[in-house]
Design a protein. Structure first.
Length: 372
């Protein structure tokens, strides 16, 4: 029984050429052996679809098929799977893998932007608090000033590669039982650039860039934190073939401080005080990144109590506000007592008697200094 090619493509007998072509492309994508899960079934179906399109895609063959129900020139099964309009396995291959008949996929052959660079810089907490300027020195590929990055000797021209025609790629086509396959490789003469330099620049030897040392000053804003990044535009690698330079990114790390701990814009400070200051209260001076600050210790302060001093922490980057300074007091028990100090302490413990929490505190103090 003759094959109903209209049913194979799922179109009506009065379908237009555009409708047939659209149906063929959709089915070919669906049943292509490289993407279908059931490859055995897909291969047979894919062959049938190509056979149908070979007949219905050609006006003369379609007219003969419509009149006689067959085509007498041998086209059909076993015809190689190529469509009447030059579309077949090779074109479907191109659909999936991006190649196109009649032209190679090109690489950009014009000016290219240079690569970005990274510079790691460690600063102190004081630098982060006040802001700072640092001088950086590093090696990078800079644009050749002699040829302005073209790679050609001044007065000479950069030529289009005569091997690849400026595409930067070499294209080879081969026929297989399943259709036409196209392979593309990088041009070995121009290394994919699409251009060649007949007379190279003597300074950079045709590369357009030379390695040089660069020194620049970067401004660090107040309030930066560990992991902050500063972008210095146009200070990266020089561009290829006269392209613009990349950028320099300075990554900051803030060194640990001997006294302060940081959490966002807040600073934390441990403050040692004597147990008499904790019991009676006292006015003391504490350290800050602004200098000495007064702190009033309330009478009866327990070890571990925290005092918040607003607006004395880290500044906020690109802002006018500041975080807080949180001072945590720690009652320090002396490790050595004179005879008189011991007597007075024991006398106080006796006088205090059963005073609950206070007695418990001083009992612990006496136990700490009682000889074994």
């Amino acid at each position: 029984m003759p094959t109903d090619y209209y049913s194979v493509l799922g179109v009506e007998r009065n379908a237009s050429e555009t409708d047939i072509k659209r149906a063929y492309r959709g089915l070919a994508r669906k049943f292509h052996p490289d993407v279908a899960e059931d490859k055995a079934t897909a291969e047979s179906r894919f062959k049938e679809i190509n056979e149908a399109y070979e007949i219905l895609g050609d006006a003369d063959k379609r007219a003969q098929y419509d009149r006689y129900g067959t085509v007498s020139n041998g086209a059909g099964a076993g015809a190689g799977g190529f469509g009447a309009q030059g579309e077949g396995f090779g074109d479907i291959f191109d659909m999936f893998f991006g190649a196109r008949q009649g032209g190679a996929q090109q690489r950009p052959a014009g000016p290219q932007r240079g690569a970005d660079l990274r510079y790691d810089l460690q600063i102190t907490l004081e630098d982060a608090f006040r802001g700072a300027e640092r001088e950086l020195s590093f090696n990078h590929l800079g644009q050749c000033e002699t040829c302005t990055g073209t790679g050609a000797k001044p007065g000479t021209l950069v030529m289009r590669c005569d091997r690849c025609g400026g595409s930067g790629a070499m294209r080879a086509t081969r026929q297989t039982p399943l259709g036409q396959f196209v392979t593309q490789t990088t041009c070995t003469k121009c290394n994919g650039d699409g251009t060649i330099v007949p007379t190279p620049c003597e300074t950079c030897r045709g590369r357009g860039r030379i390695e040089r040392n660069r020194t620049l000053t970067v401004k660090i804003p107040a309030g930066v934190d560990d992991g902050s990044r500063i972008r210095v535009s146009g200070s990266g690698e020089g561009g290829a073939r006269g392209g613009p330079p990349g950028d320099l990114y300075v990554y900051l790390s803030v060194a640990a401080h001997r006294r302060f701990r940081r959490d966002g814009s807040d600073l934390y400070l441990d403050v040692p005080i004597g147990f008499t200051q904790a019991a009676l209260g006292a006015a003391i001076e504490i350290e800050s990144l602004d200098g000495e600050l007064p702190l009033q210790i309330a009478a009866g302060t327990q070890s571990g109590a925290t005092y918040r001093i607003r607006g004395k922490g880290m500044p906020v980057v690109r802002g006018s506000s500041r975080g807080d300074l949180l001072a945590t007091v720690h009652v320090v028990v002396p490790t050595k007592l004179s005879r008189r100090e011991r007597e007075l302490l024991e006398e106080y413990a006796t006088i205090a008697g059963d005073v609950g929490e206070d007695r418990t505190f001083f009992d612990r103090v006496k136990d700490a200094f009682r000889p074994d």
